[in-house]
Structures are given as structure tokens and as C-alpha cells.
Design a protein around this ligand. Structure first.
Ligand SMILES: Cc1cc2nc3c(=O)[nH]c(=O)nc-3n(C[C@H](O)[C@H](O)[C@H](O)COP(=O)(O)OP(=O)(O)OC[C@H]3O[C@@H](n4cnc5c(N)ncnc54)[C@H](O)[C@@H]3O)c2cc1C
Length: 481
């Protein structure tokens, strides 16, 4: 992450982002702002025994721990985390507790039928409220505000995609009360702009959070319930009934992997995910007059529907946070702190911010950071548990993990406790995804995708016609693209 204490326009932007921060744990605006501090917890040392060992203290691991302990307080649950709780995507993301299933409805339906996909869509909507319920029940101070989200179109092809997406949602069983089209005048009820707005979809099913406060708060709640969390304790080997760390090990009946994109750093796991980086910037807190000018209703999430789309939120402390627009993929170090910073993406995001919200052109950019998504080969999430080996897996959320991880945590609880519930028959339970192609093919594919999507956006802006070239890379793209 970078902290920039200077104007975001003019030569300072061209000079690129400044060096990384002093506190190595403050990897994002959100982590930088965690009020209780980021001092690491105790490290694992020596031999330990518990009932359930969870590897990874992101949302996937923490929700699993939370729901297990709530369901059965006598269970001994331990979480081991390589860095600190919320260090990964959980503490760096866009903060959208959003709707939409993580994966392709058509792919899930092939194995489970459309009914289960429609149930999954509904479960995601419930998941947004469930997070709000826990946040309020447990007193997690993370700015949860469910005000909905707009996805805007500024070109004719984008408008067609917005309409097509709404129709697809309606076909999947959602109604106009779940997602609907807004013309530019109707949009002003939520947000004025951006320039050239042609229309948008609006859903009430989206909440804004400060994700690091949610992750760190959830870790504290887990501890209060009796979950043991070890930090700075990377698991070096994870197998049936055993988690081996550098200075200690845990024997457990059940071992759950919740390591998301970091998984690919382990031997034998490199091709499990494409670790796709998404980078963000944040302005300084904006004065009330600017918010009045923007007409941005607090809590409303905002994104466009470009091929290399961007997303933006109004943060709890009154900043605009903008992320997206693609980021480069490195062949040699696909997951590394070096990838969290990129001068070109930084410039692109600042330009996007200024184009979309001219009212903030003079605002300082105070933070720039990034994190990686775990993208499985078919973009479908999965929750799996094998009772014989005691091995569980939650993850493969792509860019949808904030809500999906909550569902996965509850599902993993039911699978481990042997309860047959509506959750355990959701289409991603037991879903299997093949590996990505070996390098350099995965690298070449990701470069081709990035270049094709960027040129497709440029073509559509120039001509107002849909870019057919996107079909070339369709087999590698997220569902619904
Ligand atoms: C920039 C960005 C923006 C995003 N925006 C959104 C959004 O707005 N809405 C949304 O729904 N989703 C969003 N996502 C996706 C979402 O953040 C992720 O899907 C979700 O956080 C992933 O699940 P997680 O939290 O469990 O993973 P992570 O937070 O990555 O957790 C994995 C944890 O495992 C730890 N770990 C890894 N290996 C080991 C090991 N060997 N031993 C011990 N611990 C280990 C890591 O340190 C890490 O803390 C975004 C992601 C990024 C990167």
C-alpha cells in the first residue's frame, strides 16, 4: 500500500505512487484504519490437539470458526494464520457485501439443476442480511450499511449489457424488487453522474462495509467465543488430521483449508487458481459540500459495466474508494507484495475517478493498495468436506467472497456436524474444478484476456458498438461476461 500526501492531479500523479508504508501489516486503507491496532497475536509453537483446525484467518476461515463455535461451544476450534487475521483479500477488498452468486449458474445447473441455482441466488440475498445480523448481534463496528448498489452504463453496448443482466436475473427467479433498470433521471435519487450516463441497474441487495474492521472484529468475536487464533504461523503442510507449522503442529479430527489465492504458493497447488490482482485508490475524506454535489446516498455501492470494470464506494469516513480496471499478472511471482503497487494502474484509477466524479478532481489521493482474488478455472466457488479424511475446503470465491464466505462458513459448519440442511445441497457443495493450464499458458491467457478487454472497452467507447473480440477470450472469463 502507498500513502500519498499530495494533490492527485498534475505532475504528482505522473510521478507515480510513493514507497510502501512503515507498518508492514497496514496493507490497505482499511487495515491502516483499524482502530484497535494490528499487533500480531501469539504464534503457534509445540504440539496441540483440537477438534477442528482451520488454516487461514480471512473471511472463509473466520466465518467457519464462528458458526462452528456458535453451534457447539464445546468444540475445540483453532485457526492458524500465516500473517495476521484479515491480512489477505478480506482486509483489502472493495467492501461490497454484494448479491450475485460466485460462479456460473449454467455450470452449477449442469450438475444440480436450475432449482438449486435459484435457491443459491436467494441464499446469497439472505447472506447479506445474515452478515448484518451478526455484525449487529456481536457489536462489530464495521460501518455495515445496506443501501443497495448501482451498476452504470455510459456507452450503448454497456447499456445493452445492463439490460441483459437484469433480464437474466429475472429469468433466474428474482423480481423487479430485487433488481431493476433506472434511467439517468431515476439514478439521481442515489448518485449524480457519471458524465454521459445512459442508465443503470439498481439492486437494494448490497451493503457497504469496512472489510478490515469486519475481519478483525470477527476474529475478536471468535476469540471471545473460545476459538484459539495463532498468527504469524504459516502452515507448511496440511493433511488428514494434521497441520504442520514451522514451530509447532496441530492434530485435529477435521482440517479446513481457507487459504484462497495464497494456496498457489504451496507445492502441488500452483495451478489451483489464477491469482488475479485488483488494485484500489482512496481519496482523503471529502467535505459535506462535495457529497452534496455528488448526491451520493451513503452506503450505495457503485460500479460500471465496462469489460475492465471499476467499482467505487463511499467509505465510512467519507472517502471515495475506487478499484478495478485490471492489473498485470507476473509470471515469476504471481502472489507477492510487489504486485500490490503499479504506477500505470494507479494513474488509470485516478483518471477514472476524475472522469466519473469531476467534483473530486482536487481531492488528495491518500492510499493505493491491492490484493489478489482466487479465480478457479471455471470461476465457480466450492465448499467441500470429506468425512473419511476429515479435510474441508472453503473458497474459490473470485471477486464475490464477502457474502459467499459467510454462506460457506455456515455450510462447512453443517457438513462437519453432519447436518443435512438446505445449505449442504447448494450447487457449490462438492463442486469440482479442474486446474488451470500450466505456465506459461496461464500467464499468456491472462495477458490475452487483459489486452482484449482493454481494447474492447476502447473500441466500444469509440464506436458505440459491441466489441465482438470479447468472444475470443470468453472461455476464460467470469460468468455472464
Ligand atoms: C482488491 C479486491 C477487491 C475485492 N472486492 C470485493 C468486494 O467488494 N466484494 C466481494 O464480495 N468480494 C471482493 N473481493 C473478493 C473477496 O475479498 C475475497 O473473495 C474474499 O475475501 C476471499 O476469502 P478470504 O477472506 O477467506 O481470503 P483471504 O482474506 O485471502 O484469506 C486467506 C488467508 O489465509 C492466510 N494463509 C494463506 N496461506 C496460509 C498458510 N499456509 N498458513 C496459514 N495461513 C495462510 C492468508 O494470510 C490470508 O489471511 C475482492 C478481492 C480483492 C483482492
Amino acid at each position: 500500500m502507498f500513502r500519498v500526501d499530495r494533490p492527485s492531479s498534475g505532475p504528482d500523479v505522473a510521478a507515480g505512487p510513493p514507497p510502501p508504508p512503515e507498518n508492514p501489516w497496514a496493507r490497505s486503507l482499511w487495515l491502516d484504519g483499524v482502530v484497535q491496532g494490528l499487533t500480531p497475536r501469539e504464534q503457534l509453537s509445540g504440539d496441540h490437539t483440537c477438534d477442528v483446525a482451520i488454516v487461514g484467518a480471512g473471511f472463509g476461515g473466520l466465518w467457519t470458526a464462528y458458526y462452528l463455535k456458535k453451534a457447539d461451544p464445546s468444540l475445540r476450534v483453532t485457526v492458524v494464520e500465516a500473517e495476521i487475521a484479515g491480512y489477505g483479500a478480506a482486509g483489502r477488498n472493495g467492501g461490497f457485501v454484494s448479491s450475485g452468486i460466485a460462479g456460473s449458474g449454467a455450470r452449477y445447473a449442469r450438475r444440480n439443476g436450475w432449482d438449486s441455482v435459484h435457491r443459491a441466488e436467494r441464499e446469497v440475498l439472505h447472506g447479506i442480511d445474515e452478515i448484518g445480523r451478526v455484525v449487529s448481534l456481536e457489536g462489530i463496528d464495521c460501518g455495515y450499511n445496506k443501501a443497495g448498489a448501482l451498476t452504470v452504463a455510459t456507452t450503448e453496448p454497456q447499456l445493452q449489457r445492463v439490460r441483459a443482466r437484469i433480464e437474466a436475473k429475472h429469468r433466474s427467479g428474482l423480481g423487479a424488487e430485487d433488481i431493476r433498470f433506472l434511467n439517468p433521471d431515476e439514478c439521481t435519487e442515489f448518485l449524480r453522474g457519471p458524465e454521459g450516463l445512459l442508465g443503470a441497474s439498481y439492486t437494494p441487495h448490497c451493503a457497504r462495509v469496512d472489510p478490515a474492521r469486519l475481519a478483525r472484529g470477527l476474529a475478536d468475536v471468535c476469540e471471545r467465543l473460545g476459538v484459539k487464533i495463532y498468527e504469524q504461523s504459516p502452515a507448511e503442510h496440511l493433511g488428514p488430521r494434521l497441520v504442520q507449522c514451522r514451530n509447532g503442529r496441530i492434530s485435529a479430527e477435521v482440517v479446513v483449508r481457507a487459504t484462497e489465492s495464497y494456496t498457489i504458493r504451496e507445492r502441488g497447488q500452483r495451478r489451483k487458481f489464477l491469482p488475479l490482482y485488483s488494485l484500489l485508490i482512496a481519496t482523503e475524506p471529502l467535505p459535506q459540500e462535495t457529497w452534496d454535489e455528488l448526491g451520493w446516498r451513503d452506503g450505495i455501492g457503485y460500479s460500471d459495466i465496462g469489460h475492465l470494470f471499476y467499482y467505487a464506494q463511499r467509505s465510512l469516513d467519507g472517502r471515495i474508494v475506487v478499484g478495478g480496471r485490471g492489473a498485470p499478472y507476473r509470471l515469476t511471482k504471481p502472489v507477492s507484495p510487489e504486485n500490490e503497487q503499479n504506477a500505470h494502474v494507479y494513474e488509470r484509477l485516478v483518471q477514472t475517478l476524475h472522469e466519473a466524479f469531476p467534483a473530486v478532481a482536487q481531492a488528495r489521493i491518500t492510499h493505493h493498495w491491492g490484493g489478489s482474488l482466487a479465480v478457479p478455472r471455471d470461476w465457480c466457488m466450492r465448499t467441500t468436506f470429506d468425512r473419511d479424511s476429515g479435510l474441508g475446503f472453503v473458497g474459490a470465491f473470485g471477486g464475490h467472497g464477502v457474502t459467499a464466505s459467510n454462506i460457506s462458513g455456515r455450510t462447512m459448519r453443517d457438513l462437519i456436524l453432519g447436518h443435512d440442511t438446505d445449505l449442504t445441497s447448494l450447487p457449490w457443495v462438492g463442486h469440482h474444478t479442474r486446474n488451470w493450464e500450466p505456465e506459461p499458458l496461464r500467464f499468456i491467457a491472462s495477458m490475452a484476456i487483459h489486452k482484449t478487454l482493454a481494447s474492447a472497452d476502447a473500441y466500444e467507447e469509440r464506436t458505440g458498438k459491441p466489441a465482438k473480440r470479447v468472444r475470443l477470450v470468453a472461455p476464460f472469463l467470469p460468468p455472464g461476461h
